[in-house]
Design a protein around this ligand. Sequence first.
Ligand SMILES: Cc1cc2nc3c(=O)[nH]c(=O)nc-3n(C[C@H](O)[C@H](O)[C@H](O)COP(=O)(O)O)c2cc1C
Length: 206
Amino acid sequence: MLLRSGPLMLLEKMTRPLRAVAVSGGLQRPSRAATLATYLLDLIASEVACDRHLVELGCLAPDLAGAIWRNQLPDTVECELVAVEQADILVVVTPVFRGSYTGLFKHFFDFIDQDALVDKPVLLAATGGSERHALMIDHQLRPLFSFFQARTLPLGIYATEKDYLDHRVQNEALVQRAQLAVERALPLLHLSRGRGVDATGGMAAA
Ligand SMILES: Cc1cc2nc3c(=O)[nH]c(=O)nc-3n(C[C@H](O)[C@H](O)[C@H](O)COP(=O)(O)O)c2cc1C
C-alpha cells in the first residue's frame, strides 16, 4: 500500500472535492429524518461543490445492532463509519425517541474513532412527533458531539410532521432556518478539509 504523508497528503485533501455526509437515524421508510437529512445535504451542495453521501441507519440496523467491537462489523457498516470520519461536514438527523436520540444512533456513533470528529463542523437536526422535544438538540445531541470535540453549529434544525407535505420539507420557517444554518456552516468547511484522520490507517476500534 502506498503511504501518503506530509505535504502530499495535505495537497490531496485540499484539491479533492468537499465531502458532505449526512447520518439519518430514521428506522422506517419513508423516514422524515432521512428526508430532512437529504434536504440539508442538497442545501449544502447548492452552496458549495461537494460529494454528497447519506448514511441511513435503518438499513444498517441488522448488521449494527449485535456488534460490540468495530472489527465485528461487516464492510457495509465499516464503509459508512469511514465516510463519517472522512467527511468535511457532517449533518446528523435523528428521530426523537423518548426525549433523546435513538439507541441505534448512539450505537453507530459509539464505533466512531473518538478523535475523528475533532473540529469537524456538525449540523445538528432532529425530527419529533411533538414540538415539545425541540430542545433535545441542545440537551442530548450537542453534548454527544461535544464529547467528540466537533464544531457543532449554533443553529439546530427541528422538524415535526406538520413541516412536511408528501414526504417533502415544506414549512417556510424551517426552510429559512435550514438555509441560515448552512450559510453559517460554510466558513468552517474549508477549515475542516485539511484535518481529519487517515481512515485507511488511523482508526482504532471503538
Ligand atoms: C419508540 C418511539 C418513541 C418516540 N418518542 C418521542 C418523543 O419522546 N418525543 C417526540 O416528539 N416524538 C417521539 N416519537 C415520534 C418520532 O420522533 C417520530 O415518529 C419520528 O421523528 C418520525 O421520523 P422518522 O419518519 O424518520 O421515523 C417517538 C416514536 C417512537 C417510535
